[in-house]
Design a protein around this ligand. Structure first.
Ligand SMILES: *Cc1c(COP(=O)(O)O)cnc(C)c1O
Length: 417
């Protein structure tokens, strides 16, 4: 950073809400460089910053673990998009989860929806317990919450839409009850991004993949309004040091500038694909919050921007696990890979990939069957994605007939072509 660069306010203030999402995405945290006029900020690779006297840094920075210009720019931008006072970025979504959990005192209790991201489940069950934080999972949080809250309950963890079954939670219904008892609510907003859902009025908010959206950065961020929470999480960000690199922050900041365009296109594509799957005789059921067939469609209409469904969906394919696996290999545009939220479309089988670590019984209770296929729709042309899904379904049906005869090993009836 140059010496005459205007000092960046810390902590950042929520920007005026007069501008729309796209304007904020493009401009917040993206001031022109005051010395060179560069429209795009340079990547500030320096780990340390000069001081004019002992303990008096020239600018707003001292050491890059504590803060870095690119990270600050990105955090400001994310805060504005989440309509939050603060945002903090971490080296991954998992690090964000870990630091939020770490901020709780030993002996604290957490209530979580059961259908959470696999890594979140692993952290809750295998790591949080080591520092004395206990987590209770519930498949029906809106109904059970009052019963599950104990004097030690400090945090409610919601993921909506959930991964990979896309079930929704009415955030306000849960937050009303939690906030009455002074309990913080965290919403993992990974599947929708702040463009489609702003859970913030109700508590903290955790976002990962869509912000960058180009499948080339691992990062997580959390946005919130509480000054006390800012002090605590900022302290832990520095003390634990799970911080993203300047380059990753620069890339994610570049990516977030098109979040609104990507989120709209991905939602449109996912709706087209969901519709095609619903019409297919090779499909048992489709989970997509943008479809009228979704059992919680009303929540999506209330909670999502314009009732959009986002780019993620999942479906159960006829023919069991073998059919699900063959489907993923038969697609030509959808790449078989974990992760989501990028410009390119991806396909995976959660039971055998992202959610393999969850015991089968628990997994199936949450709707994650061996024949469940998850799709992350990118921003390609929707008609091409639909054609790809259709040709892959046809290929699977032909292959199933040849190898399995009339029925498959899982007892699902064979689909008739
Ligand atoms: C990927 C993901 C995370 C964790 O993010 P990482 O950056 O991979 O650690 C958390 N929640 C959800 C819903 C995710 O999809």
């Amino acid at each position: 950073m140059v010496t005459d660069h205007a000092p960046i306010e810390t902590p950042p203030r929520a920007p005026s809400p007069v501008h729309g999402f796209g304007t904020l995405a493009v401009h917040v945290g993206s001031d022109h460089d005051p010395t060179t006029g560069a429209v795009i900020a340079p990547i500030s690779l320096s780990t340390t910053f000069a001081q004019s006297a002992v303990g008096q840094p020239i600018g707003a920075f001292e050491y890059a673990r504590s803060s870095n210009p690119n990270r600050e720019n990105l955090e400001k931008c994310i805060a504005s998009l989440e309509k939050a006072k603060y945002a903090l970025a971490f080296s991954s979504g998992s690090a964000t989860t870990a630091i939020i959990l770490q901020s709780l005192a030993a002996g604290s209790h957490v209530v979580s929806v059961s259908d959470v991201y696999g890594g979140t489940h692993r952290y809750f069950t295998q790591v949080a317990s080591a520092h004395g934080v206990r987590v209770t999972f519930t498949p029906s949080i809106e109904v059970d919450i009052e019963e599950l809250i104990m004097p030690e309950t400090k945090l409610i963890w919601i993921e909506t839409p959930s991964n990979p079954t896309l079930s929704l939670v009415d955030i306000r219904a849960v937050a009303n009850i939690a906030h009455r008892s002074g309990i913080m609510v965290v919403v993992d907003n990974t599947f929708l991004s702040p463009y489609i859902q702003n859970p913030l009025e109700h508590g903290a908010d955790l976002v990962t993949k869509y912000i960058n959206g180009h499948s080339d950065v691992i990062m997580g961020a959390t946005a919130f309004n509480s000054d006390a929470l800012y002090e605590r999480l900022k302290f832990l960000q520095n003390a634990i040091g799970a911080v993203p690199s300047a380059f990753d922050c620069w890339l994610a900041h570049r990516g977030v500038k098109t979040l609104h365009l990507r989120a709209r296109q991905a939602s449109q594509n996912a709706s087209m694909v969901a519709h095609a799957l619903e019409e297919s005789i090779h499909v048992i059921a489709v989970n997509y919050p943008g479809s009228n067939s979704h059992k919680q469609r009303k929540i999506a209409i209330k909670q999502h921007r314009d009732g959009l469904g986002g780019g993620m969906l999942s479906f159960r394919i006829k023919g069991g696990k073998p059919a699900a696996e063959r489907f993923c290999q038969a697609t030509q545009i959808f790449t078989l890979a974990e992760s989501l939220g990028g410009v390119e479309s991806l396909v995976e089988v959660p039971a055998s990939m992202t959610h393999m670590g969850i015991p089968k019984e628990q997994r199936e209770a949450a709707g994650v069957f061996d024949d469940l296929v998850r799709l992350s729709c990118g921003v390609e042309d929707g008609v091409d994605l639909v054609a790809d899904i259709r040709q892959a379904l046809e290929k699977v049906v032909v292959a199933t007939k040849v190898t399995n005869g009339l029925a498959n090993g899982n007892g699902h009836p064979m689909s008739n072509v």
